[in-house]
Design a protein around this ligand. Structure first.
Ligand SMILES: *Cc1c(COP(=O)(O)O)cnc(C)c1O
Length: 360
């Protein structure tokens, strides 16, 4: 069986070394030394000033919306994981969907202004597959209309634009360190902001709003993460270059094997680095995609339809809305297996099966 993704695991001994420290200190959670060390190392790895390690990528989004005190309508993308929309609704706001750009597959900034009303308070874009949104245009619009900007960077770990971290943009960025993501701590998430005041507020929010043992600064929640999770994050960080390199090799092999396939790939931001988080291909039509999906499945290979269906047509708690580009792309895109342990032979096999469907 070949799944679409498989979590990276460091050599067991490396994780166990961290465990013996935990047993010695008997400090299990509440921003212990491993969680603090992880924050420090991630800041230096990503080249950013501020960062908070939290429970998961979903609570990171919810905390971001809460910290910015957003109310009303948030303009967002229908082409993302459900958490991007559900966090908006969970925080009492209304997602307003704007169609995506057919090349980048990210929210189309040219369609944002038409969706702005007097209730609009923010724009929440996702860097889909790690491919950066058109942040210059988004932030120009936000400035003009006095809106906040949040980026869901769950896929974007390690991406840089002209050498600068993608997490340095917007009012806030979030990331997911879930086991299925490029870099993970089993469960985990990150919130990044350049604003030290906002950071302080988020730190209160992460810990029930506590300001000392008997005082409260904010309405808070439990957004902390444990020493066990931080230990996995630290162990995996030591392998991030190898993970990146291996995914690059596999991606280039797919590119070479599939060069004659009648399909396209999302067009990457021209000044951004690649992180090889996913291998999406956009088939000519949904029939070709479905045939390929079935062919792979028949051979024990599980590609996934990220993201199908569109969030604007499926969620029982938001108004459904047809979106021309999103619905079209969602109907014919497929993410092929891509993970550290995948072999070149497996990439060849997957590619040959897809080509066989086309050439039948
Ligand atoms: C995975 C993901 C999330 C949620 O992250 P969790 O850590 O699983 O809570 C949010 N947005 C996007 C785009 C994701 O892919």
């Amino acid at each position: 069986m070949i799944p679409v993704t498989k979590p990276f695991l460091p050599p067991q001994g490396e994780y166990e070394k961290y465990l013996s420290g935990i047993w010695k200190r008997q400090w299990l959670t509440n921003m212990g030394p491993l969680a603090s060390d992880l924050e420090m190392k991630l800041k230096s790895h990503l080249g950013i000033k501020h960062l908070l390690y939290v429970t998961n990528g979903t609570i990171a989004l919810q905390m971001a919306i809460k910290a910015l005190e957003l109310q009303g309508e948030i303009i967002t993308t229908p082409f993302s994981f459900v958490a991007t929309s559900s966090s908006i609704v969970w925080e009492g706001c209304k997602p307003v969907f704007v169609d995506i750009d057919k090349y980048s597959l990210n929210i189309d900034p040219n369609k944002i202004e038409a969706a702005i009303t007097e209730k609009t308070c923010a724009i929440l874009g996702t860097h889909v597959y790690g491919n950066p949104c058109d942040m210059d245009t988004i932030e120009k619009i936000a400035k003009k209309h006095d809106l906040k900007v949040i980026y869901d960077g769950a896929h974007a770990f390690g991406v840089t634009i002209n050498g600068k971290s993608i997490f340095d943009y917007g009012d806030l960025s979030t990331c997911s360190l879930h086991a299925t993501k490029l870099y993970h701590s089993i469960e985990g998430g990150l919130i990044m902001t350049k604003d030290p005041i906002l950071l302080k507020k988020l730190a209160f929010i992460r810990n029930f709003g506590f300001n000392g043992p008997e005082a409260f600064a904010e309405l808070g929640i439990n957004g902390k993460n444990s020493e066990f999770h931080a230990a996995m994050g630290l162990a995996n960080l030591g392998h991030i270059e190898a993970i990146h390199e291996q995914r690059k090799i596999l991606t280039e092999r797919y590119d070479k094997m599939l060069r004659n396939l009648n399909a396209s790939k999302p067009v990457w931001h021209r000044n951004a680095s690649l992180n090889y988080a996913y291998y999406p291909i956009i088939f000519e039509n949904s029939e070709q995609m479905l045939k390929s999906l079935a062919k792979l499945q028949g051979n024990g290979i599980f590609a996934r339809r990220y993201f199908y269906p569109s969030l604007a047509t499926t969620l029982p708690y938001v108004e459904t809305k047809a979106m021309e580009i999103t619905d079209d792309i969602a109907s014919r895109i497929l993410c092929l297996p891509l993970y550290f342990d995948l072999t070149l032979e497996e990439v060849d096999l997957i590619s040959r099966l897809i080509l066989r469907v086309q050439n039948n």
